[in-house]
Design a protein around this ligand. Structure first.
Ligand code: HPA
Length: 264
């Protein structure tokens, strides 16, 4: 499928899938796809075979674009490059964006394997895609209360427990030390990860309505007794793909067709 055809589909909403969560797109039924390499301005992945792609699916009969694979600051890219895909989504007319990620949990009441809607974030990456200009955008409600309500309602319908809390974004790529996690707890964080925040800032600056959803894949460093590994993060992510797919399908169904559509 060509880039022009994706633009023509005029997707109402988009989802960015975190690492290891790509199977969600397949489960939703792929209608068409275009590799990131075919989109001008998108950074080309340094990892062969992991370039990523935009996948067009249909939810409730309406087109939804899924970004499968994302760039991270820890790859050494400037924040503005990390968020090139968000600017592409805005260009295609996307007004509502769901950012998913894998995160460590700091909250004793929210165990690994669970889901957490972002109520807010703390940007500790030292980076922002808005650097370089007087872009004094308001960030007092990065993650839409209205979309949080839609996701909470979907979780209730599906019998899935949904937490809500503050996401702390770290540069990475190394995981945190136990002392850093104690610091993050003091600062009021509930979860920690290495993505989402640059994208959320860019999307808000472009006027999109944003939801953030963490898949809590592990206890943060020092809370669990064993060493943290990428394999553990990916395995937990895979284990909840089914629930994540159902959540997205149900919430997106509301977002693209329901009353939620009327206000933007
Ligand atoms: N820390 C940072 N990023 C992460 C973690 C974590 O514990 N788990 C998944 N992504």
């Amino acid at each position: 499928m060509s880039l022009a055809a994706i633009r023509k589909a005029k997707p109402a909403a988009a989802v960015v899938l975190g690492s290891g969560l790509g199977a969600v797109a397949e489960a939703l039924g792929i209608e068409a796809q275009v590799g990131y390499g075919e989109v001008p301005g998108l950074p080309v992945s340094r990892v062969p075979g992991h370039a990523g792609k935009f996948v067009l699916v249909r939810v409730g009969g309406r087109p939804v674009l899924i970004a499968q694979g994302r760039s991270h600051l820890y790859e050494g890219l400037p924040a503005r490059e990390v968020t090139a895909g968000i600017r592409f989504l805005a260009e295609t007319g996307v007004k509502r964006l769901v950012l998913t990620n894998a995160a460590g949990t700091l909250n004793a009441g929210a165990a690994p394997g669970g889901f957490m809607l972002l109520s807010d974030h703390i940007n500790l990456t030292g980076a922002t895609p808005l650097l370089g200009g007087p872009h004094f955008h308001d960030m007092s409600e990065v993650y839409s209360a209205r979309l949080r309500g839609v996701f909470h309602a979907a979780a209730v319908r599906l019998g899935i427990t949904m937490h809500e809390g503050v996401y702390a974004a770290m540069l990475g790529p190394q995981y945190e030390t136990p002392a850093e996690i104690r610091m993050l707890r003091t600062l009021g964080a509930d979860a920690v990860g290495m993505s989402t925040v640059p994208e959320a800032i860019e999307a808000r600056a472009l006027g999109m309505e944003v939801a953030g959803l963490s898949i809590l894949t592990n206890w943060a460093a020092g809370i669990q007794t064993h060493a943290l590994s990428h394999a553990e993060v990916v395995d937990t992510g895979r284990a909840v793909i089914g629930d994540l797919t159902r959540l997205l399908q149900s919430a997106l169904g509301e977002i693209v067709t329901g009353d939620a559509d009327a206000s933007v």
